[in-house]
Write a protein that binds this ligand. Structure first.
Ligand code: MN3
Length: 202
């Protein structure tokens, strides 16, 4: 069994003007495809073959840079596409909203904390909203393709929202204006999907 590049649930241009079609096409068809094929090559013939990606990352040997970088890249992008939607934006409701209010005081304060984590991640990486066992949520950032499922990385727990801040995710449209890209991301967040991941992850 090998990993397959997941299909997008929407067209490349569906997230415009927040994320442009050309960026989405290159990001999915070239970058994510590359992580997927390199992950398959890295685990071929090893005892990792046939395991779920979550299982591989939770039990990761961090010295295995091919699996760390490409397994992270495969997982992170698979999550990223699903937590965005052309019908996204707004704010969460229900128990996720309660958890965000409990941790940060308000949705606006969460938005500030998440945006700051994304803006201040030096170089390439990701910003995350994670849920711990019991339902508490936390924000963190990780370098490169690391993610909080990996042992000792980031805020731990299960990532339920992730934002790619590698330049390849925004440079065509935003150039060096990462904060504008972060702000635009909030217009396309699929809070129904994030809420569903919260319910599963807590
Ligand atoms: Mn990327």
């Amino acid at each position: 069994m090998s990993f397959e590049l997941p299909k997008l649930n929407y067209a490349f241009d569906a997230l415009e003007p927040n994320i442009d079609a050309r960026t989405m096409e290159i990001h999915h068809d070239k970058h994510h495809a590359g992580y997927t094929s390199k992950l398959n090559a890295a685990i071929a013939g090893s005892d990792l073959e046939g395991k779920t990606i979550e299982n591989i990352l939770i039990n990761l040997d961090k010295s295995n840079s091919a699996v760390r970088n490409n397994g992270g890249g495969f997982y992170n992008h698979s999550l990223f596409w699903e937590v965005m939607s052309p019908n996204g934006g707004g704010a969460p409701s229900g128990e996720l909203a309660d958890a965000i209010n409990a941790a940060f005081g308000s949705f606006e304060a969460f938005k500030d904390a998440f945006s700051k984590a994304a803006a201040t991640q030096f170089g390439s990486g990701w910003a995350w909203l994670c849920v711990q066992e019991g339902g508490k949520v936390d924000v963190c950032a990780t370098p490169n393709q690391d993610n909080p499922l990996m042992p000792g990385i980031g805020c731990g727990g299960t990532p339920i929202l992730g934002l790619d801040v590698w330049e390849h995710a925004y440079y065509l449209n935003y150039q060096n204006r990462r904060p504008d890209y972060i702000s635009a991301f909030f217009n396309v967040i699929n809070w129904d999907e994030v809420s569903s991941r919260y319910a599963q992850g807590k």
